[in-house]
Design a protein around this ligand. Structure first.
Ligand code: 5GP
Length: 195
């Protein structure tokens, strides 16, 4: 089910770039609307209420995922938010979990990493991110969780672009996905939602 207030905001302020990309810089990816983020956090709590008391950590990827994850964490007992880093470490002093991911928006492979200090065997985690497109970022995080022996309770996405099949890929891997707005297609500058 689509979160109505989010859908209205996307329709009001979102800009379709071609048929693949949705630009929502004015409230999600560049400027952040904290009032909306509060509502997003509360909505994720409602969606994952059945597992809320099990969540030990929230996992996300820098940069845009961090603010959403932080607001969401407030609704899950202020559990720690751990964000995967994208840039290479300046030293190899620390010990990291790594995963290779393909960015379709940037058309390149990159690696993400999480310091082993911040993810432990048995940690029960929710993945929270701004966009679910091809599912590469979320799958990369879930591979890192797997390396750590951590468990993924589910993935909460603010906007899912269903036509890029990330949701299907995650569900195939047994990951429960809750998306607050599901975009069915983008055509001639018009954004079409599911539900
Ligand atoms: P995926 O790994 O699922 O293909 O893509 C997810 C990541 O790519 C998100 O974390 C987001 O940063 C970025 N992304 C994918 N599609 C879009 C889009 O339409 N708009 C914006 N702003 N970011 C996107």
């Amino acid at each position: 089910m689509t979160m109505e207030i989010l859908k209205k905001r996307i329709l009001r302020d979102g800009v379709a770039v071609g048929t693949e990309i949705l630009k929502v810089d004015s409230f999600l990816n560049h400027q952040v609307d904290v009032t909306l983020f509060e509502l997003i956090g509360a909505e994720f709590r409602t969606r994952f209420d059945d597992v809320a008391d099990k969540v030990d950590k929230i996992l996300t990827i820098e940069a845009s995922g961090i603010a959403v994850a932080a607001f969401t964490a407030r609704y899950f007992g202020s559990v720690p938010v751990v964000f995967a880093k994208k840039e290479q470490p300046s030293t190899m002093m620390d010990d990291y979990y790594f995963s290779e991911i393909m960015s379709f928006t940037k058309r390149k492979m990159s690696s993400i990493r999480v310091d082993k200090k911040f993810l432990k065997e048995g940690d029960r985690c929710l993945i929270i991110d701004d966009f679910l497109a091809h599912g590469q970022a979320a799958l990369g995080i879930s591979r890192i969780a797997q390396q750590a022996g951590a468990e993924i309770l589910g993935a909460g996405m603010v906007i899912e672009k269903e036509f890029q099949s990330g949701g299907a890929r995650l569900r195939e891997k047994g990951i429960r996905v809750e998306s607050l707005a599901i975009v069915e297609k983008i055509e001639d500058g018009v954004i079409y939602f599911k539900g």
